[in-house]
Design a protein around this ligand. Sequence first.
Ligand code: GLU
Length: 480
Amino acid sequence: MSSNICTRFAPSPTGFLHVGGLRTALYNYLFARNHAGKMILRIEDTDRARFVPGATESLIRTLRVMGIDYDEGPDKPGSSGPYLQSERTDIYQQHAEQLINQGDAYYCFCTPERLEQIRKQQESSNQQPKYDGYCRNLTTSEISHNLESGKPYVIRLKMPLQGESRFTDLIREEVVVQNELIDDQILIKSDGFPTYHLANVIDDHLMGISHVIRGEEWLLSVPKHLRLYQAFEWKPPAMAHLPLLLNPDKSKLSKRQGDVAVEEFLEKGYLPEALNNFVALLGWNPGDNQEIYTLPQLIEKFSLERVNKSGAVFDIQKLNWLNGQYLRQLTPQDRGKFLLPHLVKAGFDTTDHARTEKIIDAVYKRLSFGAQMGTEAVIFYSDNLVISEEQARMVLVKPTSKQVLAHFLKKLDSVNEVNVDIFRNIMKEVQQETGISKEDLWMPIRVALTGVTHGPDLPVVIEIFGKEKISRFVSQALAF
Ligand code: GLU
């Protein structure tokens, strides 16, 4: 690598990758590549209570599908491993001991009951919940006595009690936090595992991370992290905290809303390229009016300076529009390959390849995402005309519509087969004989064949249906 820039994506394996996580991963990737630097995937799995089996594998799989091609990680050995924090516990333990010896951290033997009691007291007097520092001042003999008698303990960071912590965030600029508001953070839990804060700081340093790019929810942890860097006499990395993702009503987009899982979007038939394009624009403003960006273009244009401070609204309509654009740009072969599984999933018979291809061709322009094949293509697979649209019903009850349909059927009887030319001829004759034209002529036929007022192009429908099905549907429409 030709630069010293190194970023990392550090998810906790607690479930699927959600769109917020995808954005963090993507920005880390774009920033690293833009600077010819490298990106590491580190799995922060020290919170054993929240660990979900299989989540690490699923994160890796999703990042791979999304084309976020980090340089080192659990599946890509490099010089900074291991990349699973659960395999690095010795390192954290040694560093915690160093902090104790230096007087920057201390053993805390407080029982959960005592902590609960403090919390309740603070709550009832409207104070911010915070450890009261009871064990900061234990004597050496009290500590050895407690350790020897096997009392459970945690190790806490000794935060300054006064003053303020100041730092510069690449996105938020100057941030100031009063030290008295910051808790004496637990660094090592009673199960011997480190907390996020200790492991994160040690690993960012040991792995040579130059830029920490992550969600805004971590902004207020920075003073604790800076205290750790100071205690270890390490240079802290540059920090960039990304704006929140919001629902259209400006509430926080929740991970628990299920439907923000990237895997779910992929399953519904969103293209990775479209998702990346969409997610890149959530909070980053490329400074021009272009909407469609390939991954190489995003790499070239990306900069942290153009990331906004304020929350970014997740607008599903925009994603749908973008994905539709990408679907239309696919070659016919790629489109077929991408959309076929959605026909299969909808339970349609796709054994006739030529017919399937025509059906895909007939509807793809109308799709926002693949799973819509289930509804958009249903007319090609149903034996009977189904009309669920009110507007379509209104068309069929018009007297002129009855006239058109009746004439159309009569003409149809006189031909052996139907192709596009024959169909056009019939329509012309119906127009001449009934004197009905334009919308009143075409709409009843459109509704009779597709069940809706806006559907696929009629010539394509005609070819796929064939005479018998056309006749059946038009008769059913006439009887409606
Ligand atoms: N493990 C943290 C998370 O899941 C990482 C935060 C960070 O990037 O420092 O969000």
